[in-house]
Design a binder for this molecule. Sequence first.
Ligand code: NDP
Length: 230
Amino acid sequence: MKSVLITGSNKGIGFETARQLGKKGFYVIISGRNEEKVNQSLAKLHKEGIDADQLIMDVSDRESIQEAATEFSKRNLTLDVLINNAAILMKEDRSLLTNATSILENTLQTNCFGVINVTKEFLQFIPDGGRIINISSGGGSMSDEVGGWSPAYCVSKATLNMITKQLSFELLGKNIAVNSLCPGWVRTDMGGQGASRSVEKGAETPVWLASEAPQSFTGKFFRDMKEIPW
Ligand code: NDP
């Protein structure tokens, strides 16, 4: 049975990805920073007959990540797939020039340093042939027009895309595939109720990258299970 750890998966696209991978027979470890919310979500997975557990981890906090890795090490599991999904988009995020620098710092701390720190701590559990999937965004695209929305978030996702490329290069020797994806505009707390896509559709590409995509795909950016330009 393959195992998958998904950060920030007590709700939204992360939770739906956990649900769909659980239905496909993965052993699912959901994760989040709020124990009560994580346990409620775990109970929902169990109710659907999914083999799942939880790990409390705040990806913006290095100590919390280290504690989670120590806890994980006691479970004698390998980690076939790590999905770096947790991210924030701050409502105050309107300008790189006039916003307090803390908006950008907080956003990078969760959306970029979070990914690097989680990957560093959990790499020891990922076997050769494993997969790392980074949930990015079209907002991080360097080839699309800049839309003027949430600039710190967009900077963080462009940075995340380069993190993906760098990690994919570093992990070539271990045959660990590292890819980014854009889920599209999805109806979640982050995407809002006006978004064009259901959460089921939003989870489609991460589920595919975790389970069916060729292992040779690495260092790439995907949407709708197709490679897209950076
Ligand atoms: P949600 O806001 O619905 O969910 C985000 C999840 O991340 C929550 O579980 C949240 O936990 C968790 N999280 C946030 N900060 C931390 C942290 N420091 N430590 C641990 N968990 C944390 O967002 P979505 O499901 O919409 O987004 C999932 C991914 O998809 C993100 O990477 C996002 O950038 C990306 N994305 C989403 C789009 C959309 O339209 N929805 C479009 C493009 C990309 P808590 O409940 O505690 O807040």
